[in-house]
Design a protein around this ligand. Structure first.
Ligand SMILES: N[C@@H](CCC(=O)N[C@@H](CSS)C(=O)NCC(=O)O)C(=O)O
Ligand code: FE2
Length: 224
């Protein structure tokens, strides 16, 4: 069977409920090539099943940055889709099959994502822009009504430009909304820097295992 017939590009937003990470599957309906953005190891089986249900061939597994709150699922997805290449920014200093720089395109069938450097949460944060559908995947650079923390992983509030998580169940946002409603981004630069200095957030629970593993494309000893 040739899978379900889609008449428009395929798009799914998925959640991993331990770290509240949002994962995205994007597919070209004509060639059935697909990418996944910010997959999590714990939900790799779900993602593989969904890709297979849709008869999609995963060509890239992209990470927006070296995550501190979960281990990427790219190494597990590659087992099901052996030609899949993991993608990470060169500026992150981490390992991946393809290292990308600002301005590069990542092609999947007739669709593509533009890589834009959006440092601040980490040095190597990038946003992937899908121009065709006017969607931007910001990782933790910009969150709904918030932005990524800047108190570890070379975080630098002064470098933060823009938004992957939301802890209140709001699934998406727009540049217009955040420009007007984001309590951090509507401040003066001075007040913004002061706010970021004083967030006093607890460290992510998986920080100590996630960062070293994600620097090595998710490969950890004892990982399945
Ligand atoms: N409780 C979570 C971690 C929460 C956290 O630190 N989130 C990060 C993004 S993951 S690096 C963040 O930047 N938060 C900003 C904010 O304002 O909440 C866990 O233990 O995993
Ligand atoms: Fe992060």
């Amino acid at each position: 069977m040739r899978g379900l017939a889609f008449s428009t590009p395929i798009f799914r937003q998925l959640v991993e409920f331990q770290s509240y990470t949002y994962t995205y599957i994007l597919g070209c309906e004509k060639t059935r090539q697909a990418v996944i953005i910010d997959p999590v190891d714990k939900t790799a089986d779900r993602d593989i099943q969904l890709l297979k249900d849709f008869d999609l061939n995963l060509v890239y597994g992209l990470n927006t940055h070296v995550h501190a709150d979960h281990i990427t699922g790219t190494h597990l997805l590659r087992k099901a889709f052996p030609s899949m290449k993991s993608v990470l920014s060169r500026a992150s200093g981490g390992k991946a099959d393809r290292l990308v720089d600002d301005g590069e395109d990542v092609q999947f069938g007739e669709q593509k994502l533009e890589v834009r450097a959006t440092p601040g949460h980490t040095n190597g944060c990038v946003t992937y822009v899908w121009h065709e559908l006017r969607r931007a995947f910001t990782g933790d650079s910009l969150l709904v009504r918030a932005c990524g923390r800047t108190d570890f992983q070379e975080g630098n509030a002064a470098a933060l430009i823009f938004i992957g998580h939301n802890y209140n169940g709001i699934l998406q946002t727009s540049v217009l909304e955040e420009k007007n409603l984001n309590p951090r981004l509507t401040k003066t630069e001075e007040k913004f820097l002061e706010t970021m200095e004083n967030l006093h957030l607890a460290h992510p629970k998986q920080l100590d295992e996630a960062v070293p593993a994600n620097m090595k494309d998710g490969e950890v000893e004892n990982s399945s």
